[in-house]
Design a protein around this ligand. Structure first.
Ligand SMILES: *Cc1c(COP(=O)(O)O)cnc(C)c1O
Length: 393
């Protein structure tokens, strides 16, 4: 082994010893309730494909048609080589869906956050984040050069105190996920909106896990809480409930023009393929025309949560399809995940730094296309897997 590899290898060994080493599992099928791994079928409780659209024939057909017409590659950044119509069309549809003036598509949700936040705040400004905000928000906050302050998860008193002490900053931007990706609970959005308004701060919400699911029209948690018109910056993903790939930001025309000019992940990155935009647009149509799909999802989430609550396992409160089983140490989460795998269930161990230390978990996520029997199977197998994990902890 050369010196370079030896140095890097030592770091990997450290990760392994701390039960924090990650590896890729090769999957031989599309995403769905059932997936193929190593020649075997698994029940899939791992993905964010909440509505089962990632392999939906209508999305596939929209992508295939766009692929034929527009080609695979987008050519360059849109400011260099122009915007292909599927991108513009998707942005018009996103803005209409979210009832905003304008929208901008990024090649990923990560890129949307990393581009947007530094475009709006910088040195001399203040960003206030929930402790559990996604890594892309934290990375963006650091990149922006603004001062970053963090309040304990959902703690309005601490948020208020941070806002009270924020007078010396030029701009103040509060950022929160609306449904938290690893805990599956809601941010207290109504109260956050009240607070940021009272102190004249701005609010950016990350609706990655709420877009396409919550609210009467499935626009997201901001619709559910009735505060859509009071939020300055709304971010969402096309990669989760919408089953495609990419991220977007929507809001006022001025906001989007600012991002077109200043969001570096938009300016300096090749546009996502037109085919992906066409698939996302098809997904939006499904979300708008098939409310029963979301009803099935929420019914499945209820079913899973109900089944788990009877097992006396620790899960955070909520109604979202994200159901984390809190296990403590990483080794235990890994063991429980492995045991579930032996029973034909694919559910990942989530470990630091994705979650705080001592809060490792198996994150179960249910979808609209899981059957009652598949969920029942998970609930049957779970106690045994957790009990085994306990022996070794
Ligand atoms: C997944 C996720 C992102 C990133 O979205 P991608 O499309 O996967 O890059 C951003 N924010 C939150 C809260 C997420 O869960």
């Amino acid at each position: 082994m050369n010196t370079f590899d030896a140095v890097v290898q030592r770091e990997l060994e450290d990760l392994r010893r701390a039960d924090l080493l990650r590896a890729r599992t090769e999957i031989a099928s599309a995403q769905g309730a059932r997936i193929q791994i190593g020649g075997r079928e698994f029940l899939n409780f791992s993905s964010n494909d909440y509505l089962g659209l990632a392999g939906d024939p209508r999305l596939n057909a929209a992508a295939a048609a766009a692929l034929q017409r527009w080609g695979v590659g987008a050519g360059a950044s849109r400011l260099i080589c122009g915007t292909q119509s599927p991108h513009a069309e998707l942005e018009r549809k996103l803005a209409a869906f979210k009832r905003k003036e304008s929208a901008l598509v990024f090649s990923s949700g990560y890129a949307a956050n990393v581009g947007t936040i530094p475009a709006l705040v910088g040195k001399g400004d203040l960003i206030i984040c929930d402790k559990l905000n996604h890594a892309s928000i934290i990375d963006a906050a650091r990149l922006s050069g603004a001062t970053l302050r963090v309040y304990p998860h959902g703690n309005l008193k601490r948020l208020r105190a941070l806002l009270e002490g924020s007078g010396r900053f030029r701009r103040r931007l509060v950022i929160t996920e609306t449904v938290f990706s690893m805990d599956g609970d809601f941010a207290p959005l109504r109260e956050i909106v009240e607070l940021k308004d009272r102190f004249g701060a701005w609010l950016m919400v990350d609706e990655a896990h709420a877009t396409g699911i919550f609210g009467a029209h499935r626009r997201g948690a901001a619709e559910l809480f009735g505060v859509e018109d009071r939020i300055e910056v709304t971010m969402g993903t096309l990669s989760k409930a919408l089953g495609a790939a990419g991220g977007f930001v929507c809001g006022s025309r001025v906001l989007i023009e600012a991002l077109v000019n200043r969001a570096r992940s938009f300016l300096y990155s090749t546009a996502p393929p037109a085919a992906v935009c066409a698939a996302a647009a098809a997904a939006l149509a499904v979300v708008q025309s098939e409310p029963q799909r979301v009803q099935r999802l929420l019914e499945n989430a209820r079913r899973l949560r109900q089944g788990i609550s009877n097992l006396e396992l620790e899960i955070p409160e909520g109604c979202s399809p994200i159901v984390p089983v809190l296990l403590g140490e990483s080794a235990r989460a890994l063991e429980v995940s492995r045991r579930l795998g032996e029973e034909g269930i694919f559910a990942p161990a989530i470990r630091p730094p994705t979650v705080p230390r001592g809060r490792a978990r198996v994150r179960l996520s249910v979808s609209a296309v899981h059957t009652e029997e598949e969920i029942a199977r998970l609930i049957t197998v779970l106690p045994k897997a957790v009990a085994t994990g306990q022996d070794m902890a």
